[in-house]
Design a protein around this ligand. Structure first.
Ligand code: C5P
Length: 401
């Protein structure tokens, strides 16, 4: 969704801090933001933070002569592809429902001819109040889109429905409005993504694991879903939220991951981003190993199934496009090319982990794309979300739509 323009209205709620993240993540995905900060919104986030992140002027005053000289409220409301209100307070929604126009935010919302997406955030009692629910019903009837609110702990200490949804979910809702399902390049395609580490049990409380965070795999699953694919994400233990619009199967061991991948077949696309443990203890002890009784216990290890290799050489249901990762410290390209061949993949994304380009746990990544049919493509270092978007664009190109 390149160069789509969002007019973001930030209302006065504590959730406004999440809107800063929304701007950052949205810009990584090619969205451009103009922002209106309400007077109450400015009590929670500063105009400087908003303008720094959006790299654009922040508008706040309806009667500011400079603003009107530069760009009037009518233009502000029209020169956008979508208006997003986040956080939308009870008061802002009441004004919208009534058609008030007594400040820049409400006037612009009344003047716009573009779709409007609202992300409410308020105390659960305020959300449940009949007055708010009346306003929500009115706004829905007027064609306003909603995302959230979610249930959970509130900043005010209460629990219930009223939390603003997370930025990733708001971005998915933005995408859903800007790019209708029929126009998405991977509509009708099925994809399987593996992500995160695996845990291989030693006994009921101990396991072998690695430092994979799952960020790259989860970002790829989200990007595939945003491109219209039906995605199953098979994830090892991670502390990430489920990507929006994705079916998530949670597993612990490599064998459980392999079984979940098998169960998700057939698929057109498989992306194996999980850091699967190569080895597991031959026997997981049924009771916790005790210091006195069992020591010094040597750990006998046996090899785990290679999930990527299994997919690349699948006898009946090989996906049309099989993609793997290769983290190497030396002879990166030669080792990656050998892996491409051995595992029967179409593409390998090779990470040079010798420079520490944040592969495990970090938020950035630098890869070379090796394919059986094309020369090596070296991509610059970028954020994992951006890498995911770029990979999915290449997948869509390759699968021919
Ligand atoms: O063999 P190596 O672990 O270096 O290969 C990395 C690639 O293989 C990654 O795409 C990883 O997800 C996949 N893999 C797998 N099952 C394993 C080991 C690795 O799917 N048992």
């Amino acid at each position: 969704m390149n160069a789509k323009r969002i007019l973001l209205v930030i209302g006065g709620g504590i959730a406004a801090y999440k809107t800063l993240e929304l701007i950052r993540r949205g810009r990584e995905r090619g969205l451009a933001f103009r922002t209106i900060l309400t007077r109450a919104g400015a009590e929670f986030v500063t105009p400087l933070a908003v303008s720094s992140l959006s790299e654009s002027k922040v508008y706040s005053d309806l009667f500011s002569l400079t603003d009107e000289a530069e760009i009037g409220h009518i233009r502000l409301s029209r020169e956008a592809d979508l208006v997003v209100v986040a956080p939308a307070t009870a008061d802002l929604m009441a004004k919208m429902a009534q058609g008030h126009a007594d400040d820049l935010a409400s006037t612009t919302l009344l003047a716009t001819d573009k779709p409007v997406l609202v992300a409410p955030a308020m105390n659960p009692m305020m959300w449940q109040h009949p007055a708010t629910q009346r306003n929500v019903a009115r706004l829905r009837a007027d064609g306003i889109h909603f995302v959230g609110p979610a249930a959970g702990d509130m900043a005010c200490g209460e629990v219930g429905s009223g939390r603003m949804t997370e930025p990733a979910e708001i971005l998915a809702a933005i995408h859903a409005i800007l790019v209708p399902p029929g126009e998405r390049p991977l509509a009708g395609r099925r994809a399987i993504v593996t992500s995160g580490p695996t845990h291989e049990a030693i006994d009921p409380v101990r396991y072998i694991a690695n430092r994979s965070s799952g960020r790259q795999g989860h970002a790829i699953a989200a990007a595939l879903a945003a491109a219209g694919a039906e995605v199953t994400l098979v994830s090892g233990p991670v502390s990430l939220p489920d990507p929006p619009g994705v079916a998530v199967r949670r597993v612990e061991s490599a064998r459980a991951m392999r079984d979940a991948v098998e169960a998700a077949l057939p698929a057109d696309i498989a992306v194996c981003a999980a850091a699967v443990a190569d080895w597991r203890p031959a026997q997981a002890a049924e009771a916790k190993l005790k210091k006195g009784r069992n020591q010094p216990a040597a750990l006998e290890l046996v090899e785990n199934p290679d999930i990527l290799r299994g997919l690349g050489h699948h006898p009946q249901m090989r996906p049309e496009l099989v993609v793997g990762f290769a983290a190497e410290t030396d002879d990166l390209l030669a080792n990656a090319a050998a892996k491409l061949e051995r595992k029967g993949c179409d593409w390998i994304l090779a990470n040079d982990v010798s420079t520490g380009s944040g592969v495990f746990g970090g938020s950035r990544n630098r890869v070379h794309l090796l394919g059986s049919e094309a020369p090596v493509e070296s991509w610059p270092e970028m954020d994992k979300d951006e890498l995911a978007t770029r990979l999915v664009a290449r997948i869509a190109e390759r699968l021919g739509r």
